[in-house]
Write a protein that binds this ligand. Structure first.
Ligand code: GUN
Length: 298
């Protein structure tokens, strides 16, 4: 019986944040100002409030300036667009992130389309989606970029490997597939209408699960030795009455018996997202200031 090695995303994210911190010191020495990230939160969604608080703390800890804008849930869309335009023009702001989801009376696509693509550190603007698809330098969504960093750290070259991405969202599944194509993988994108998902997954050297269904991918779906990246964060009832626990989209216990390597939940992909956001921000700061910077060293 094999036992998968555990991919420690928490440790990798700490290292990435430390490298970003060093780059932030260098940027400040060259420009006389800190790299800046603006985060806009509309409304009081509790999960979004936690994310935004953590982003703010980690931004400051990495030696960058954090600009937080909290707007009430009933803010008019025009007022949010006006704030985004102001941030586009603000020379202290290198990266702009509008926390999603937005309240239902707002058009998310319209808001994202208003962000200057060169400050779009989330990589959600259609210009950045197009740049990723065509191989131009741009910004790539944080979670899939973090997944590829973990895969390359574990496997080295991904060239020629069979990869299955489960999930076709704009935020994870689609950009993940693009990144794996760019790494010369043979990529299959599976989703809720896929026929015989276990059979498709069994072909894969790399499995990326991003569907939001607790413990859906079972160990006996996996090719022995496969590398498994679990993007799911699902809260389920715990062993004790009234308690909850976090699980991924992969059934961790059975997957560990078959996989070669696997990310845990929590402590796998989750901590990577904010670390990559800071990475994208430091990259934006150097590009927009026209400074030479070795992005591949991050
Ligand atoms: N909501 C949950 N995750 C994210 C993210 O990565 N970016 C934005 N803008 N909103 C989110």
């Amino acid at each position: 019986m094999t036992q998968a090695s555990i991919i420690d995303g928490k440790a990798f994210a700490e290292g990435l944040r430390a490298r970003v911190g060093t780059a932030a010191v260098g940027f400040e020495a060259r420009t006389g100002r800190k790299p800046g990230l603006a985060v806009v939160l509309v409304g009081e969604d509790p999960a979004s409030q936690v994310y935004v608080r953590n982003k703010g703390k980690q931004t400051v800890a990495a030696g960058m300036a954090s600009f937080e804008h909290k707007l009430p849930a009933d803010t008019a869309e025009a007022d949010l667009l006006a704030l985004v335009r102001e941030l586009n023009e603000d020379p202290r702001v290198d990266g702009i992130l509008v926390q999603l989801p937005l309240p239902p009376h707002m058009n998310e696509q319209k808001v994202i389309a208003t962000i200057n693509p060169d400050k779009d550190v989330d990589g959600f603007h259609v210009v950045n989606v197009g740049r990723l698809a065509t191989g131009l330098p741009g910004f790539v969504p944080c979670t899939p970029l973090g997944c590829v960093m973990l895969l390359k750290d574990k496997l080295g070259s991904l060239s020629g490997l069979d990869a299955v991405v489960i999930g076709r969202s704009n935020i994870v599944g689609k950009p993940m597939a693009q990144l794996l194509i760019a790494e010369s993988c043979t990529v299959t994108v599976a989703h809720s209408r896929t026929r015989d998902l276990p059979e498709v997954v069994r072909r894969a050297d790399i499995v990326v699960a991003a569907v939001g269904r607790p413990e859906m991918v079972k160990g006996d779906w996996l090719k022995p030795g496969a590398t498994v990246i679990d993007v799911g964060i699902n809260r389920v009832p715990g062993a004790e009455e009234g308690k909850t626990r976090l699980v991924g989209d992969v059934d961790f216990a059975s997957a560990c018996e078959v996989a070669g390597a696997i990310t845990p939940v929590p402590g796998g992909v989750g901590p990577m997202t904010i670390a990559v956001l800071l990475r994208n921000t430091i990259v934006a700061a150097h590009r927009n200031a026209g400074l030479d910077f070795d992005e591949s060293a991050l």
